[in-house]
Ligand binder design. Structure first.
Ligand code: TYD
Ligand code: MG
Length: 453
């Protein structure tokens, strides 16, 4: 809706309408529409003067791929799709305490070592607190410029004066513009702040990182309020009780979405993990009932993960089921298939399933391993510890092909596995991998015979 014809604006989100509305259609706030423009709205709607825009022919645009700035952190570069792009706005989201400020301070240090001028703006911590973190990371004499400030206009003044080559803003929720009435962290403020840094990034070619806290429902400051504005959205995943952290690109205008970087939180910051399979299989006990290994695909990266299951007779009336790192509904379907397709009386049993190491697996290709782990625990018979399982299961018990089988097989062979049980449908598509035997199966009956008979 054009602002010129809009006389009413929502105080909460800035939505403009030509007439008064009881409830804002954008943010659903009651009685938030006020007459007249909210302060700052006029300046936001003003267009910069300049040469008239001109449409260009696609074929005449020089084929120049976006140059990358390497952050000297292989896992972070990987999540970014091969390094930072000049003038890009990157949102780094995650729960409090997961390590957002830590990784960005490490990245800032790496960038300044390449002679870049990095400005780290923090509205959350004092310079002293950041200095203490830097000491811990061993970067105490780093030439990073620190600015403890949350006022957007003052941050802009410093940016104009310092002219940094890279900018980090920690966090978007604490930064506020004095041209808006709403409180810091409100949707209108967060949008305004993100829009401001988007302009800054594009007009100066400076890469900007915005830190965003994720609320309980998992979204950054209101449902997807920022994701469409920024060029890339990286989410920091990780559990309090585990040391590994995953940075996942859920959106990337310059690279593959869903690409991940794996880190381990150590007393000296987040260290890149070059071999995640090793990390997730580290505490595995060989040959124990209820354990199966899958080679899951995260982005373009194959990773070996152990699935563990524990099946026991129900003690109190209704059977208990818990899943961690796996989808509860998916596990329920697999349990129903065990009962129906293999005629195993498992419905009345307590079943606990988890992906070891605190990883989340949401890939259907892990079905076969979950199924096998539950079956192995029920039968109290271990699966050969050098076997890896791949395959999606259909409701009638058929084993369906998985995408990208070949890189998964290579990863399994590299980690010392000797056999891969995989869908028969995948076999024509994979080239043999050294030291890895492939055993194709068509359905769950064949799986059961292969593993336990
Ligand atoms: P932090 O980066 O402050 O989290 P966020 O910015 O996402 O809120 O990380 C805080 C946690 O990381 C804190 O619990 C301490 C831990 N930590 C380490 O284990 N090792 C370290 O070297 C550092 C700097 C932090
Ligand atoms: Mg922080």
């Amino acid at each position: 809706m054009s602002r010129a014809t809009s006389n009413f604006e929502c105080q909460s989100c800035g939505y403009a309408a030509p007439r008064w509305l009881g409830r804002c259609p954008e943010c659903n706030e009651w009685n938030s529409m006020v007459e007249g423009k909210i302060p700052g709205a006029a300046s936001r709607s003003r267009r910069p003067l300049g040469p008239s825009p001109r449409a260009e022919l696609l074929g005449e645009i020089p084929a120049e791929s976006a140059p990358r700035i390497l952050t000297a952190n292989p896992e972070f570069d990987r999540a970014l799709g091969g390094g930072l792009v000049s003038g890009s706005l990157v949102l780094l989201g995650g729960e409090p305490g997961v390590g957002k400020s830590t990784i960005l301070l490490q990245i800032a240090h790496n960038l300044q070592q390449q002679g870049r001028k990095v400005l780290y703006v923090s509205g959350e911590e004092s310079s002293l607190q950041i200095k203490m973190r830097a000491d811990r990371l061993g970067h105490s004499d780093s030439r990073i410029y620190l600015l403890p400030e949350s006022n957007l206009e003052r941050i802009q003044e410093v940016v104009d004066e310092l002219e940094p080559t890279d900018l980090i803003v920690d966090s978007v929720q604490t930064t506020f513009s004095e041209t808006l009435d709403s409180v810091p962290g409100s949707i209108s403020q967060v949008r305004h702040v993100a829009g401001h840094f988007l302009n800054l990034a594009k007009s100066r070619g400076v890469p900007v990182f915005l830190v965003g806290h994720v609320t309980k429902d998992g979204s950054i400051a209101g449902p997807k309020a920022l994701e469409h504005v920024v060029d890339a959205v990286l989410y920091f995943e990780g559990e309090r009780h585990h040391n590994h952290r995953i940075v996942r690109a859920v959106k990337n205008r310059f690279g593959a979405a869903n690409e991940i970087g794996v880190f381990e939180m150590t007393p000296r910051g987040l260290q890149p993990v070059r071999n995640p399979s090793d990390l997730f299989l580290r505490e595995r006990q060989t040959a124990s009932p209820g354990s199966a290994v899958v080679c899951a695909l995260e982005g373009t990266r194959p990773m070996l993960v152990e699935v563990q299951a524990l099946v026991g007779a129900t003690q109190y009336g209704t059977a208990r089921r818990t899943c961690s790192g796996l989808d509860y509904n998916r596990v329920s379907v697999l349990v129903a298939m065990l009962q129906k397709r293999l005629e195993i009386p498992i419905m009345g049993c307590d079943i606990y399933v988890s992906a070891a190491g605190g990883l989340e697996i949401d890939e259907p290709g892990a079905d076969l391993a979950v199924f096998a782990a539950i079956l192995s625990s029920f039968r109290n018979r271990a699966i050969d510890p050098y076997t890896v399982l791949l395959g999606e299961l259909g409701l009638s018990g058929e084993v369906r092909p998985v995408p990208q089988a070949h890189p998964r097989l290579r990863e399994a062979a590299a980690m010392g596995f000797k056999r891969c049980v995989l869908p028969a449908g995948n076999l024509p598509l994979v080239t043999p991998v050294d030291r890895l035997e492939t055993t194709p199966i068509r359905n769950v009956q064949e799986l059961s015979q292969l593993l336990f008979d």
